[in-house]
Design a protein. Sequence first.
Lengths: 234, 235
Amino acid sequence: MDGRSRDRLARAVEEFTSAVSGRAALAQALCAACLHVLPGVDAAALTLRANARAEEMVGASDEWAARLEEIQYTLGEGPGVSAFRDATPVLVADLGSDGVRWPGFSAAAAVEGLTAMFAFPLQVGGIRLGTLDLYRRRPGGLTAPATADAAMLADLATYALLEQSEQADEDQLRMTLSYQDVNMATGLLAAQLRISLEDAFARLRAHAFSSGRSVLDVARDLLARRIPLDRLAD
Amino acid sequence: MLSELTANLVDRHDAESVLRLVTAACESLLSASATGVLLADPRGGLSVVSASDERARFLELLQSQIDEGPCVDCVRDDAMVACPDLEDGAGRWPAFTRAALDAGFRAVHAVPMRLAGDAVGGLNVFYAAVTPWEAWQERLGQVLADLAVLGLSQDDGPARTHRLAEQTLTTLNDRVMLAHAIGMVAGALDTSTDEARRLIFGYAATNRGLVRDVARKLTGGDLDAAALLQAADAS
C-alpha cells in the first residue's frame, strides 16, 4: 500500500500515452494500458458521461468493447451505468447470475459472449467524468491485487483526462484537490452559477491563472464572498 | 462515546462517519485540541482522510508531513511517536515543528493505524499546551486508531490490504465529494459552509442514512439543498 504499485502503473500508463495527443487518442491509449497491466481482462472501454442518459464514448480497446458500451447506452442500464450513477465500483463476476439487476443488458451480454464485467467510476469527489469498463469473456472475478490496480488505473485515467484540458501537473492538481476550501468553493460556484462541478473547478483554476494567484487564495476569497461571482461567470 | 463508535461499526457505516466519531472521541476522551487521520495513499505518500478542523492552515500542517513529521516516523517505524512539547522537538522535524507552533499547537502524539501487521496510517492528536500522555492515554489512543482501521476495512483475510487500498481511494474521493456538497448547499441556500455542513450531517442522521449517500445525491443532482432545510425545520 505504498506508492510502489502506483509508480509501476503510472509508468505503464506513461508508456502507452506519452506519444498520443487529443482526448480520444488518450482514452484509447489508456484502454490499451489497462489490457497490458490487468490479467484476465479481455477488453476495456473508457466512456465519458455527462449524466446517466447522455454519454460520449471516448475510447475502446476493440470493436467488441465499443459495442458493449453502445448497448449499455441504448438500454440505459448495465454495470457501467450503475457505477457512474452510484459513484462506486461495480464488480460482476458472473452476469448470468446477476440478471435481475440488469435484465436487458444481461440478455444482450449473453448474446455477445460477455460473462464478467468490472466498472470503475472516473471521479474526483462530485466531479464525475465517466467510467472505465473492463470486460471478460470467461466468468470469474478479478484478483484482489488486480482490483486494486484497476481502481488505481481509473484514478490515473481521471487525472490524465482532467490534466488534458488544463495542462496542469498531476502532483499540483492532487495538492489543489486536497484543500477542502478549494472543493467547497467549487461546489459554491457550481450551485450559484448553475454549472457542473467540473466546469466550476475549471473556472476557478482559470481565474486563479489569469489573476496570477493560487487556486487556494481564490477559493478562500470566494468562500468569504470577497469576489463577486460575476467575475467568474464569463 | 466508545459504545457509539462500536455501535456504528456493527451497524451500516461509512468511513466518513466512523472517522468523525474517532475524531470526536479524541476531543472528548483525550482532550485533544485538534485531530487528523492520515493514511498511506495508494498513489504515494500520506494523505489526509479526516480532520477535526477543516481550515486550510491545519490541513496544510497535516499534509506537510510528506518528508518529515511525527506521522511519517510513526508509519515508518510502526510505533507511537510522542512529542509532549514541540519546543523540544525542533531538531527532529524543523519545518513541521515551526508550522505546528505557528498554528498554535504545543504538543502532538501520533498513533500508528495497523492492518495485518503493517502500519497503514496514523492518528495525529494535537494539543495547544504541553501534554505528556500517561499510559492509559496511550492505550486509549491505540484503541481509537484500531477502531478507525476497522471502520475503513472490515474484510478478512489477505485481500484486506488491497481492499484498504481501494477503500483509501474511495475515502479520499468521499472527502472531496463532501466538500463539493457543502459548497453546493452553501451556494444554493446562500449560507455559511459551517451551516451547510451541519445541515448535511443533520439530514443524514435524521434519515438514518450515510453522509456519503447524502453528499452523492446532492452532487449528483438527486437531492435538492432546499430539502435539507425543510428536514431541519421539521425536526
